[in-house]
Design a binder for this molecule. Structure first.
Ligand SMILES: Cc1cc2nc3c(=O)[nH]c(=O)nc-3n(C[C@H](O)[C@H](O)[C@H](O)COP(=O)(O)OP(=O)(O)OC[C@H]3O[C@@H](n4cnc5c(N)ncnc54)[C@H](O)[C@@H]3O)c2cc1C
Length: 435
C-alpha cells in the first residue's frame, strides 16, 4: 500500500511527539510507534529535566556538561542546549506539565550527579510518564496528525542521496509511506543488551537503518552504563532504574560491610567504574544504595514510584539498603546531525537519543537527555516549518517491497548494529544479547 504525508515521524517518544505537536497545522503529519504509544524510554524517565537556573548559572552548566562528557562534547551543541533550555521548559509549563512546585507555586529544583547546583525540574519520580501523557494528549487533539501504533519501520525509501519516505510493516500490511520530510526519532539501543534499563523493543533500529543506507553516524563507542539499576538475578527483564536523584537527595553507596567507597555525585561513568571495582574486590554481584537513614516520609513522598517498585521486589527502602549494580542505560553516539537535526541525507532528520548532536560527549550529564530531545526538536521544527514547501510528490508504484516479516527485519537490524558495536567496543561483547 502507498500512503502520502508531508512529514513522517518515526518514533513516538518525547522527541517524536514534540515534533508532531509543533509542526505547522497545514502539514499532514504521520507518527509511527513500533509497539504501543507508551512503550518508549521517554515514558520511563524518572529524575527530571535540567534547565538553566539563571544567567549566573550559564558558565557552570556548560562546564558541568563538558566535565561529565570528558570534554569530548561539541561545544556549540552544549551552548545551544543551555541557552534554549529555559524556553523549552516554559513551553512545557504552558502545556501544564505538572512539575513539582513549592507552596508559593515556584518550580522545585533537584540535583543529580555532576551538577554543581540544583537545576532539575521534575514531576515526582516519574517525570517521563507525566510529560509523555501531556504531549500525547495534545498531539491527539491535532486533526492534521495521525498516530499509527504497532507499525514497524523497516527501511528508508531513497532516491540517490534523497529520502522520499519509509518502508513499514503494519500487521499484514506492507506500507510505502511517501513523505517530503522524514524524522527518525527511534531512541536508543538498550534492547541489544542483556542488562539494560531500556525497553527491550528500543533496539537501535533507526541507527542500523542509517548504517545500512550509508548515512553518517558517529561515536558508536559512547555507551553509558548507569551506576544504579536494581540488582535482580533474573534474565530477560528490563532492569529497574534507581534514579540518580536518589543520590542527589543524599542516598549513599555502600559495600556489603556498610562502608562508603565513592563520592556518589561524581559523573555516571566514574561512579559506575567505582562500583564495578568494588564488586570485583568484594566478589559480589552488587553493592547497596542506602536511603534508610533519611526521613521516611520524605523518601516515600519524593520517590513514590521507586519506593513501590522496590517494595514489589521485596525491599522496603525506608528500612533497608537497595541492592544495585550498573546496567546499560543510554547511547551518546548516533546518527550525525547538525544543529537543526539534519542528517547527511537530504530530507532526512534525526533527533533524540538516536541522533548525535555531540552534546553529551563521551558521557551524558544526568537529565540532559529529555532536554536535548526538546531543544533540538524545537529547532528542527522551526526549520521545517519555515522551509517545507506545499508541493505534492506522487508515486504510483511501490518503491520498495518488504523482504520478510517484522522478526526478520528486527534480527537483521540488531545484527548489523551489534557487529558495528563489537568493532569499537570489544570490551562489552559479553554484555550484548546473543543473536
Ligand atoms: C529508566 C530510564 C530513566 C531515564 N530518566 C531520565 C531522566 O530522568 N531525564 C532525562 O533527561 N533522561 C532520562 N532517561 C533518558 C531518556 O528517557 C531518553 O533518552 C529519551 O526519552 C529518549 O527519547 P526519544 O524520543 O529519543 O526515544 P524513546 O522515548 O525511546 O522513543 C522511541 C520511539 O521510537 C519508536 N521506534 C523504535 N524503533 C522503531 C521501529 N523500528 N519502528 C517504528 N518505531 C520505532 C518506539 O516505538 C518509540 O515510540 C531515562 C531513560 C531510562 C531508560
Amino acid at each position: 500500500m502507498i500512503l502520502n504525508t508531508d512529514v513522517l515521524i518515526i518514533g513516538a517518544g518525547v522527541t517524536g511527539l514534540n515534533f508532531a505537536l509543533n509542526l505547522r497545522d497545514d502539514l499532514d503529519v504521520m507518527v509511527l510507534a513500533k509497539d504501543t504509544l507508551n512503550e518508549c524510554n521517554s515514558y520511563l524517565a524518572q529524575g527530571g529535566i535540567s534547565v538553566l537556573r539563571n544567567e549566573e548559572d550559564y558558565e557552570t552548566y556548560v562546564k558541568d556538561t563538558l566535565v561529565a562528557g570528558n570534554f569530548k562534547n561539541r561545544r556549540q551543541a552544549v551552548e545551544i542546549l543551555v541557552k534554549e533550555s529555559r524556553n523549552a521548559i516554559d513551553k512545557l509549563e504552558q502545556l501544564e506539565v505538572p512539575f513539582n512546585r513549592d507552596k508559593d507555586g515556584q518550580l522545585i529544583y533537584t540535583r543529580e550527579g555532576a551538577h554543581s547546583v540544583n537545576r532539575i525540574v521534575h514531576c515526582d519520580d516519574n517525570t517521563g510518564e507525566q510529560l509523555h501523557k501531556v504531549l500525547a494528549k495534545k498531539v491527539r487533539e491535532k486533526s492534521n496528525v495521525k498516530i499509527v501504533e504497532n507499525c514497524f519501520f523497516a527501511d528508508l525509501l531513497t532516491v540517490k542521496n534523497k529520502c522520499i519516505g519509509a518502508l513499514a510493516i503494519h500487521g499484514e500490511e506492507e506500507l510505502n509511506i511517501i513523505a517530503k520530510a522524514v524524522v527518525v526519532a527511534t531512541g536508543g539501543i538498550g534492547g541489544l543488551f542483556k542488562n539494560s534499563t531500556n525497553f527491550h523493543s528500543i533496539s537501535g533500529d533507526g541507527l542500523a537503518i542509517a548504517i545500512k543506507n550509508n548515512i553518517k553516524v558517529e561515536n558508536l563507542d559512547y555507551i553509558q552504563f548507569h551506576p544504579t539499576a536494581f540488582y535482580e538475578d533474573i534474565k530477560d527483564k528490563r532492569r529497574l532504574l534507581i534514579s540518580e536523584a536518589v543520590r542527589g537527595e543524599g542516598g549513599r553507596l555502600v559495600n556489603k560491610a556498610g562502608e562508603r567507597f565513592v563520592n556518589e555525585l561524581l559523573p555516571r561513568d566514574k561512579v559506575t567504574e567505582a562500583i564495578l571495582e568494588e564488586e570485583f574486590k568484594s566478589k559480589s554481584k552488587h553493592v547497596y544504595l542506602d536511603v534508610s537513614f533519611l526521613d521516611k516520609d520524605f523518601v516515600k513522598k519524593r520517590f513514590p514510584n521507586i519506593y513501590r517498585s522496590c517494595l514489589d521486589r521485596g525491599v522496603d527502602i525506608t528500612k533497608e539498603p537497595i541492592p544495585v549494580t550498573p546496567a546499560q542505560h543510554y547511547f551518546m553516539g548516533g546518527i550525525k546531525v547538525d544543529m537543526y537535526c539534519r542528517t547527511s541525507m537530504e530530507n532526512l532528520y534525526a533527533a533524540g537519543e538516536v541522533s548525535s548532536t555531540g552534546l553529551h560527549g563521551a558521557n551524558r550529564l544526568a537529565s540532559n537527555s529529555l532536554l536535548e530531545s526538546l531543544v533540538f526538536s524545537n529547532r528542527a521544527v522551526n526549520y521545517i516549518n519555515n522551509n517545507l514547501l506545499p508541493y505534492t510528490v506522487i508515486y504510483k508504484d511501490l518503491v520498495k517491497r518488504v523482504e520478510g516479516d517484522r522478526e526478520y527485519y528486527s534480527n537483521d537490524l540488531s545484527l548489523v548494529l551489534q557487529e558495528e558495536i563489537k568493532k569499537v567496543r570489544g570490551d562489552i561483547i559479553n554484555e550484548l544479547v546473543a543473536l
